[in-house]
Design a protein around this ligand. Structure first.
Ligand SMILES: COc1nc(N)nc2c1ncn2[C@H]1C[C@H](O)[C@@H](COP(=O)(O)OP(=O)(O)OP(=O)(O)O)O1
Length: 175
């Protein structure tokens, strides 16, 4: 009998959540094209060759909102695995309350501030309500979500918390 093992390929992505100073409001963008079109999300995208993950996060925030962030704080890593797709998205999550520049609508995102107590979950990714409580409690975490190929149905997830950002890399979700 031949065992078929699906090889996983990891691709690096970023996701930045901009909060106001007292962390009661969050800036989301309505994705206007491509992956996640029609959903409200933070700002981010693929990390490009030659840049660090943090540089990628700053670039994507600027490209999608025109904002510059000063202090990006890492909050976790979110892995997404879609049925039948060997690519795992490794999404590095950052937050900041310190941005400058004029917020604008871009080709990719229509920005809007939301109260954190009233987020548009019906038009957001279905994983968001699962990890948002951890994020808003200030936890550092890693989580892997398993989706059906419909990009809508979550079949499971596993997660672990870290006591510091430096611990994140060492976390093995399979142990
Ligand atoms: C599957 O569930 C997801 N949930 C959440 N909250 N965020 C997700 C999910 N899947 C992807 N994301 C995030 C990760 C990135 O921030 C974006 C996707 O990046 P995109 O494909 O738009 O990357 P770009 O480089 O901007 O793409 P272009 O080539 O179109 O410029 O969504």
């Amino acid at each position: 009998m031949v065992e078929i093992v699906e090889q996983e390929l990891h691709k690096l992505y970023t996701l930045v959540y901009v909060l106001n100073k007292d962390k009661t409001k969050i800036l989301l963008g309505l994705k206007k094209r491509g992956f996640g079109k029609g959903r409200w999300n933070g700002f981010g995208g693929k990390v490009e060759k030659g840049e660090t993950i943090e540089q990628g996060a700053l670039r994507e925030l600027k490209e999608e909102s025109n904002l510059d962030a000063k202090n990006l704080e890492k909050k976790g890593v979110i892995y997404f695995k879609f049925e039948g797709d060997p690519v795992i998205m490794d999404v590095h999550l950052y937050t900041t309350t310190d941005v400058s520049g004029d917020l604008i609508e871009t080709d990719e995102m229509l920005p809007k501030w939301y109260n954190v107590s009233d987020l548009p979950y019906s038009s957001m990714w279905p994983d968001d309500p699962i990890w948002h409580p951890w994020f808003f409690e200030g936890k550092i975490f890693t989580v892997k979500f398993f989706f059906k190929a419909d990009l809508e149905t979550i079949t499971g997830y596993k997660h672990k918390f870290a006591s510091s950002v430096s611990e994140l890399d060492a976390i093995n979700l399979d142990s």
